[in-house]
Each structure stands twice: as C-alpha cells, then as structure tokens.
Design a protein around this ligand. Structure first.
Ligand SMILES: Nc1ncnc2c1ncn2[C@@H]1O[C@H](COP(=O)(O)OP(=O)(O)O)[C@@H](O)[C@H]1O
Ligand SMILES: [Mg+2]
Length: 246
C-alpha cells in the first residue's frame, strides 16, 4: 500500500476514538495455501474505554492485536490510532507511532531472567532514551511504576524469585514506561490463578479509571472480560457480536 500524505491521515469524523478499524484483512500464506485470518474486521474503541476481545483459539485475536500495535502488516483495510492513520505508513513511522501510543502486555511475560524487577522496567526506559533523551521528562520512573502495580517491596527480585502473578505485574509496569494512551493486553491473565487474575484486573481497572488509559484485553474467560466496559466476540476471523457490561 502506498504511503499517504500528512493531512489524509487525519479524518474529521474520528471523534474521540482511540482506535478505529475499517475492513481489516490479514492472510497468512504458506506452501501455496492462503489462510484468511481476519476477514473484513471493522470496529472502533472510544478513548478511555476498557474493551475485551473474546473468541475461540485461532479466531484471530492475537493477529488483530499485533496489527493494532503495528507489529505486522494487514493485507487491506485501515487502522487509525487517536485519529491518525497507522496503515499506509513506512516502518520507521509505524515504529514511532507504536512508541508514542502503545504498550503491550503478553500472556508470556518475556522478562529477562538475569535482571531484577527494577532493571527489567529500566531497560524499557532506556529504549525510549535511545530514541530521544528529552522524552523521559515527566514520565514515571521504574520504581514508581513498580509501586503502581504493588511491587514496591520487590524492586530487586529476579523473575525466578517471584510468583507468576508478580512477574506479570512487572511486565505490566514495563508496558507503562512511556505512559501509553493505549494498552494492548493479550491474555494477560491466561497463565494466572484466580487470586493473581484478580490482582492484575484490579491494576488494569485502576489504569483505566484513574489514568484514563484505553485498554484492549484479549481473554478466554467471560468473567475477566466482564470487568471491561464492552466485549467484542470474534469467530473465524470475523466479528460475531458485541456485549456491553457497563
Ligand atoms: N505467523 C503465522 N503464520 C501462519 N499462520 C499463522 C501465523 N500466526 C497465526 N497464524 C494462524 O492464524 C490464525 C489466528 O491465529 P491467532 O491470531 O494467534 O488466533 P488467537 O489469538 O485468536 O488464538 C490461526 O489459524 C493461526 O494458526
Ligand atoms: Mg492468541
């Protein structure tokens, strides 16, 4: 797809949408076979909305999240983040948009095993400094972020010295270093027991209600999804329905 010039990336009718997706398609090709993973997906998410995405395994939820975060390209369709179009841009531009707007939390936390909590968060802040030293002004420190997720007393623990739930909270702190407007969470409670699930949900709800962060959370668990404002259901690469909780 060709890059588009500045003004056409801004659409007047985006209102206060954090995310708008229009006719998004994604195919995977291997050995002459094409799998349609997303088929004409369209939806939008308001700024400050806590949005859940549910659907059977293989229905395309993770693929959709990767597309929203600019980690992979669509075959057709358009995505806007805060009214600015992501699709049709070059890789450097997409990386900048991701840095400016998006935080990722995955089911597997991907913490570096030899680093402590505070070092695992710190390393993400260094990536930001690498781009532009002045950018960190006014952003929360690794210690502040770990306090926010209730780990102020475990700053110097390594992942192996913490519970699975605590490791996920370090990963959430890491996702927040640039104070992203949009947090994309792919089954963030998928590896957690009930008690830790509740703790992580409490943190996500707090980020949403007190810090105004827009959250898109993939989950298999209807109870977890019910913590959000709205749930979108995906089946076989299509949006198959929607439910509102609040
Ligand atoms: N890199 C890839 N190459 C080929 N097929 C893939 C790739 N990633 C995912 N798929 C396929 O795309 C479909 C959707 O996958 P995914 O988005 O991970 O679903 P979900 O997160 O809902 O379980 C599945 O059929 C999966 O096998
Ligand atoms: Mg998935």
């Amino acid at each position: 797809m060709e890059a588009q010039s500045g003004a056409s990336h801004i659409t007047a009718n985006n209102g206060n949408k954090a995310i708008r997706v229009e006719n998004l398609r994604k195919d995977y090709r291997s050995g002459g076979n094409t799998t349609q993973v997303l088929k004409e997906v369209s939806f939008s998410v308001d700024q400050g909305e806590f949005f859940s995405l549910m659907g059977p395994s293989g229905s395309g939820k993770s693929t959709l999240l990767y597309l929203l975060g600019g980690l992979t390209h669509s075959d057709s369709g358009r995505i806007w983040l805060d009214g600015v179009e992501l699709t049709g841009r070059g890789d450097a531009d997409i990386t900048r948009m991701r840095y400016d707007k998006i935080g990722f939390v995955f089911q597997r936390f991907n913490l570096l095993p030899t680093l402590t909590s505070v070092e695992n968060v710190e390393i993400a802040t260094r990536l930001t400094i690498f781009r532009n030293g002045s950018q960190r002004k006014g952003l929360p420190s690794p210690t502040e972020l770990l306090e926010l997720v209730g780990l102020g007393d475990k700053l110097h623990r390594r992942p192996a010295e913490m519970s699975i739930g605590e490791q996920q909270r370090v990963a959430i702190a890491r996702a927040l270093v640039r104070r992203p407007a949009i947090l994309l969470a792919d089954e963030p409670t998928g590896s957690l027991d009930r008690q830790n699930t509740e703790k992580v949900l409490e943190i996500l709800c707090k980020l949403n209600s007190e810090h105004g962060q827009t959250i898109i959370m993939v989950t298999h668990d209807p109870e977890v999804a019910g913590q959000g404002d709205r749930t979108l259901y995906m089946v076989d690469g299509c949006i198959n329905g929607e439910g509102r909780h609040k």
